[in-house]
Write a protein that binds this ligand. Structure first.
Ligand code: ZN
Ligand code: FE
Length: 253
């Protein structure tokens, strides 16, 4: 499978994906029409599917024009049926969706929004996480509870550790600043910092990252870490309370 990372708007990522065997083409979260259409038109001349993780405009902005031009089918959560226009394929937790020969499983991961989903392919070892999990961070909780968001993140955390994460935004550098402020004893973070700076200097995305790497560096995946809990003076608190504290701190950071 081929995945092309497309920078959109200020800091969004859309992803053009192709099953080369069947020449089936999709786009995950097209933020805008033009930057996607430039590539689709010049390189693929077709678009079969538009996959939306959630209804926010920076993830669906290109939907209607792309659908119109290429007759692409929109795949989205049935919970978003009133706020994403012209959905062709409603999906839900555990719905199977095939992009050509590539099987995707839908993960229901609410919290950022109440209909948020992730697209996971076990065979390809990839997941598109939208605004639920970022590299070194997680999305703001707009429509859910801390418990919901935390259980969504834990659902992702349980996937195989070599799964590659493709998220909705390039927030890695600023997320790093937050992680290092509160996870001061984490020895993986200084190495990560050098890598992030190198990528940014070269004008390259810091995406994808493996789940294993995230488990070692992303503070929101480390709510059970003893050293971190100590730093927060929350040794006796539950994981979800640690998560809540961190999410609140991040909102004010
Ligand atoms: Zn969003
Ligand atoms: Fe977003």
């Amino acid at each position: 499978m081929k995945i092309e990372i497309v920078s959109c708007l200020n800091d969004n990522y859309s992803y053009i994906i192709q099953d080369e065997l069947t020449n089936t083409v999709g786009v995950v979260d097209p933020s805008e029409f033009k930057s996607i259409d430039d590539i689709i038109f010049n390189k693929y001349q077709k678009l079969d599917y538009i996959l939306n993780t959630h209804h926010h405009n920076d993830h669906i902005g290109g939907n209607q024009d792309l659908k119109k031009k290429y007759k692409a089918k929109i795949v989205a959560s049935k919970i978003d049926k009133d706020r994403i226009q012209n959905i062709d394929l409603y999906v839900d937790e555990d719905t199977k969706f095939n992009l050509g020969n590539i099987a995707f499983q839908i993960l229901f991961i609410p919290g950022h929004t109440k209909g948020h989903i992730g697209f996971y392919s076990k065979e390809e070892k990839i997941i598109f996480t939208g605004d639920t999990l970022f590299s070194l961070g997680c999305g703001r909780i707009f429509e859910g509870t801390f418990e919901q968001m935390f259980s969504s993140i834990k659902k992702i955390k349980k996937l195989p550790k070599d799964t590659k994460i493709y998220c909705g935004h390039e927030y890695t550098k600023s997320n790093y600043e937050f992680c290092k402020t509160f996870d001061t004893t984490n020895k993986e973070l200084p190495k990560k910092k050098l890598w992030i700076e190198d990528r940014i200097k070269k004008g390259l995305p810091t995406i994808p990252v493996t789940l294993e790497e995230e488990c070692n560096t992303n503070i929101f995946l480390r709510c059970d870490n003893i050293a971190l809990k100590k730093e927060l003076k929350m040794e006796d608190s539950s994981e979800v309370l640690v998560f809540q504290r961190l999410r609140n701190l991040k909102d004010q950071f």
